[in-house]
Design a protein around this ligand. Structure first.
Ligand SMILES: Nc1ncnc2c1ncn2[C@@H]1O[C@H](COP(=O)(O)OP(=O)(O)O)[C@@H](O)[C@H]1O
Ligand SMILES: [Mg+2]
Length: 280
């Protein structure tokens, strides 16, 4: 089954990320079986998939941490296999487990990274990022005293040192409380406002709805749907209850797609959209 919504006209610049026919297996386990997608520059792209769908596998290949078996992938115009060093200079991966040093302050963490990445004015780089991520008040406190949301924001800020054009956030809000999630979402919007391209992986449908310009659903080794939220919604006619029109949520769309394996879903013959509970 495959659904591909037409790309909006006007997106003719070389994409920030291009993935074609990507395959990856771990021994017998065929995790990626021909993954294709593009991420336009300056956009937020959500790779949506259940636990174990292969999201981290995709982002580890894009970050050159893992070798692909077949297919191709490029970041910022550079091939992940043939030009790995240039890819590494173009992309920053923030994992779901914050990589900050608890003993140091937020400012010290940022300065440390700025030194490692050979920034000329590490203190100024740190201070700018502290302002951008609303951490100035907590700048000189040890990270051990930070809330989960503050820690994740600092982690994202650290990944921005040196201004990589592409940022990958692998499930950035896993384990965060609702308030901290909102703070991280705000931090992601901040990134986009600066023109950074963001590839976001998530299991949370509302997170993709909130943040992403385009959403791709990774399921059984392939991207089975790819479009803007509006385009994905258009694939499924709105459910109607008496005279009140109800738009299907992204979760309705997702559940309808993944529960309909082996069938081609088109706008003309969409399966009934199931009512679904909120995943939180
Ligand atoms: N190093 C590995 N060796 C063997 N299996 C792995 C390895 N890494 C991931 N897997 C398996 O590959 C599948 C996809 O994993 P992953 O990419 O982490 O999914 P996601 O990030 O979507 O949860 C899972 O079934 C996982 O158990
Ligand atoms: Mg993962």
């Amino acid at each position: 089954m495959s659904i591909d919504v037409q790309r909006a006209p006007g997106q003719i610049r070389e994409p920030a990320i291009q993935v074609r026919g990507l395959h990856k297996s771990y021994q017998e386990l065929r995790v990626l079986r021909g993954v294709d997608f593009d991420v336009a520059r300056g956009s937020v792209f959500a790779l949506l998939g259940s636990n174990g769908a292969g999201k981290t596998t995709v982002v580890r290949i894009l970050s050159t941490l893992l070798r692909l078996d077949a297919g191709s992938a490029s970041v910022n115009g550079f091939d992940v296999v043939a030009q790995a060093a240039k890819v590494r200079a173009s992309i920053s991966l923030t994992g779901q487990f914050a990589a900050v040093d608890e003993v140091l302050s937020g400012r010290e963490n940022l300065i440390l990274v700025a030194r490692l990445r050979r920034q000329r004015e590490p203190g100024r780089v740190a201070d700018d990022l502290l302002v951008r991520f609303a951490l100035t008040d907590a700048a000189n406190r040890r990270v051990a005293t930070y809330s989960g949301g503050m820690r994740r924001r600092l982690d994202i800020a650290m990944s921005l040192v040196g201004n990589p054009p592409v940022i990958v956030l692998d499930e950035p809000t896993v384990g965060l409380d609702p308030q901290a999630r909102l703070e991280v979402w705000q931090a992601v919007r901040e990134l986009v406002a600066q023109g950074t391209t963001v590839l976001l992986t998530t299991q949370y449908l509302d997170e993709a709805e909130q943040l992403a310009d385009r959403i791709a659903v990774l399921h059984e080794g392939r991207v089975i749907a790819n479009g803007t939220l509006t385009e994905l919604r258009r694939l499924f006619p709105p459910a109607t209850v008496e005279y009140v029109e109800k738009q299907p949520s992204l979760e309705d769309i997702f559940l309808a797609i993944v529960s309909d394996e082996g069938t081609t879903v088109t706008t003309a013959s969409a399966p009934p959209v199931r009512a679904a509970k909120d995943p939180r």
